[in-house]
Design a protein. Structure first.
Lengths: 540, 188
């Protein structure tokens, strides 16, 4: 990989992201820059002025406890480069909040970064006042200001918190953390030797440091900002040592701006247990775990063979210039399996694939709605203006074939130059033609709403979108007309290009909420809508 | 679509020509078969099957292979190596039975180095199967018998088509890269 050096590291200037220089530069774009100003955290200040961030610590909290959470500038060193990033409580990722289901905690949040921010508690069906959406549930928290959140944990599982303002910058620079919610009852999960909370991310760097962001609007708005350095729990060298035969339950979260990972654990057997807001109806064996931005999956892995197992992102990338797929593997971490046998031996429990009656009983109340007519229909599309002509020409050819998923940034120059001032990503309501925040839906508490989402493949630049619905939970009933045989409660689900997804939303939580694409650059290029759930009970 | 239209067919035919000359198929990377049901496959990824007109009973035949993800816990279905895992539902119209054999469906990588026999079309001239390649051909041939052990076809190709990904082609020599010589990048 080479680099077009367009500016010194210590000046606030755009630098072109690293790209494969075996591909020729698009004519006329050699000196092109995104039409937005550059932004880096703590720019023009010496990184040594800031405290060095430390690895995540666990904040084990009981019902009613208080956590002080502060967003600050920190010093980080990644791949030998030291620069300024952000951190919650100076940690990477932010503190792991560990609670029991049914708890409520108080979070006193202080903003000490240079941008206004909020904290969104992703996936929690909490009180709407504390959902952290600026302009909808609260005012932005300006630098030096505070906000107190009451965070309620109604569901077992793994959740995460992050800003809901300029996520493309703030989240990418380290403002994210997990919430691990334990079940109240024993036996909710199978017994395992160990639990690991693993946050997957990527970051875009060159030899000078982090590639600058856009000030007025995001850069990388066509495909989202893909990083070129993989991070697991904020590290490039995540390692885990286990004993032979050990069963590990991984709680996976993808916090990347745009990248969908296809996570593998070598040849170790893997079973999928749970996702965003619940367990699956049935555990099943899987060969890999495709996980889109903001999604979570809980998997159990047994490490039988002594030696080293690489946790990888294993994909078939696309070289758009050559028009080819090619295999690509990133190592996310290494697991060392020791000779010493694990004790206790949970092999028998691991081999048993559970039918989760509790989940099935919960879903039973909603099966009567599976065949109901579609209540709302959305199509996913975009509009562009003022993009360079050569990008328009290249896209005409590039989009002869559009893959269902973009696993890599195969056009980094074009992507970098496309900003939120030129690209509008759109949720369009069929029937009314309304778009994005001109859409507002009104529901009542207890409504069960079927929403159909179609990802239009015949647009200027079709792309997969992870759609997130705030404050509620939903089931993916069908994909392309095929019934989902193994349901799980979700808050975020991927819609591949060309596909139609039907979801059934349990409107159980009153308030004013958002739904949006969780590719950070798409969100900040408009791809969001709002809906209200009134306190009035629906007649069911 | 302007330049692809006259490139796709030669690619397919060149592949089929190689096959008839005798290639050495490798073990295909296909999941075991199973039931799949299609109600609304994505129009965008469906594969049109075009008749070769080599078989009298098939001269007016047209076919389609509907492509959907195999149901998976993740909504999308991909293999551990990152290949998409698809259900295929093949159906042919205007295809009359032939006294010379049975119509058999195959899938193959574009350069025919891997071939998988899906099976004989049913009475409705349809069949279902799975594929874990990102770019592939769908081929219907007229075989002398229903031989499940066949590694490659013996009879004439009746219809054929290519996955939508077959439209993906180098940008060298086209559009904004019109001045880039194809040969520099290995295309001749």
């Amino acid at each position: 990989m080479m680099h077009h050096d367009m500016g010194a590291s210590d000046s606030l200037a755009h630098r072109m992201p690293p790209m494969d220089m075996s591909m020729p530069m698009l004519p006329g774009l050699d000196d092109a820059l995104p039409p937005v100003g550059p932004f880096l955290a703590g720019q023009e200040m010496d990184a040594m002025m800031f405290p060095e961030a430390v690895p995540r610590e666990v904040a084990a909290l009981a019902d009613g406890d208080t956590l002080h959470l502060e967003a600050t500038l920190v010093r980080r060193t990644i791949n030998g480069k030291t620069f300024v990033m952000y951190g919650y409580n100076r940690q990477y990722p932010g503190p792991l909040i560990h609670v029991e289901r049914g708890s409520t905690i108080i979070v006193h949040f202080t903003n000490n970064i240079e941008l206004p921010t909020t904290v969104h508690w992703h996936g929690l069906r909490l009180d709407n006042r504390f959902d952290g959406v600026p302009g909808l549930t609260q005012a932005p928290v300006e630098r030096g200001e505070t906000f107190t959140y009451e965070v309620f944990f109604p569901d077992t599982g793994i959740y995460w918190y992050h800003p809901h303002m300029r996520e493309d910058i703030q989240q990418d620079l380290g403002l994210y953390g997990n919430m691990l919610v334990d079940p109240k009852q024993d036996g909710y999960y199978s017994p395992v030797n160990r639990e690991e909370v693993l946050v997957l991310d990527d970051i875009l760097m060159d030899q000078h440091g982090i590639i600058p962001f856009g000030v007025e609007a995001p850069t990388h708005t066509l495909m989202g900002r893909f990083g070129n350095v993989m991070l697991a729990n904020g590290m490039t060298d995540y390692r885990l040592s286990v004993k032979r035969g050990e069963v590990v339950r991984f709680f996976l979260t993808n916090v990347a701006n745009s990248r969908t990972f296809n996570v593998t654990f070598g040849e170790a057997p893997v079973k999928i247990v749970a996702s965003d807001v619940s367990k699956f109806e049935r555990e099943v064996r899987v060969g890999s775990v495709p996980i889109a931005p903001a999604e979570r999956y809980v998997v159990e892995v047994r490490f039988d063979e002594p030696g080293e197992v690489a946790i990888t992102n294993s994909i078939q990338a696309i070289n758009h210039f050559r028009g080819e797929f090619y295999p690509h593997v990133d190592t996310l971490g290494l697991v060392t399996v020791m000779e010493e046998p694990a004790s206790p031996d949970y092999a028998a429990d691991f081999d048993r694939l559970r039918d989760n009656d509790d989940v099935q009983r919960d879903i039973d109340a909603y099966r009567q709605y599976f065949d109901k007519p579609v209540d709302k229909e959305l199509e996913l599309t975009l509009r562009v203006k003022n993009l360079p002509v050569s990008i328009m020409l290249a896209m005409e050819i590039d989009t002869l074939y559009v893959p269902p998923m973009e696993w890599n940034d195969a056009m980094p120059m074009m992507n970098w130059l496309s900003t939120g001032t030129q690209v509008t990503w759109i949720l369009r309501e069929r029937g009314t033609g309304r778009e994005n925040m001109d859409i507002h839906w009104d529901f009542k508490t207890g409504d069960v709403v079927k929403i159909r989402v179609f990802n239009d493949p015949k647009t200027f630049h079709p792309m997969n979108h992870p759609i997130h619905i705030h404050g509620q939970r939903f089931l993916v009933l069908e994909m392309d007309g095929i019934a989902n045989p193994n349901l799980v409660w979700k808050d975020t689900a991927i819609v591949p290009v060309g596909s139609t997804m039907d979801v059934l939303v349990d409107m159980s939580n009153p308030g004013n909420w958002m739904a949006h694409c969780h590719i950070a650059e798409h969100l900040h290029a408009g791809m969001m809508l709002s809906f209200s759930v009134s306190d009035e009970e629906a007649s069911r | 679509m302007r330049f692809i239209g006259n490139r796709l067919v030669p690619v397919v035919l060149a592949g089929l020509g190689l096959m008839l000359l005798g290639s050495s198929p490798m073990e295909p990377a296909i999941d075991p078969g199973g039931e799949c049901a299609f109600t609304d496959p994505p129009e965008y990824y469906k594969i049109d099957l075009i008749a070769t007109k080599r078989v009298p009973q098939a001269r007016r035949s047209v076919g389609v292979a509907a492509v959907t993800f195999v149901p998976s816990p993740f909504g999308i279905a991909v293999s551990a190596k990152g290949h998409y895992v698809y259900d295929l539902a093949i159906s042919i119209d205007n295809l009359r039975p032939s006294p010379k054999g049975v119509y058999t469906a195959w899938i193959s990588t574009p350069n025919l180095d891997q071939i998988k026999r899906l099976g004989v079309l049913d009475d409705q001239m349809s069949i279902k199967g799975k594929v874990t390649w990102n770019k592939y051909l769908v081929i219907i041939t007229l075989e002398p018998s229903d031989d499940a052990s066949s590694k490659k076809w013996q009879g004439p190709v009746v219809l054929r088509g290519m996955s939508r990904s077959g439209l993906m082609h180098t940008m060298a020599g086209h559009g904004p890269f019109q001045q880039e010589p194809c040969a520099t990048f290995g295309y001749y």
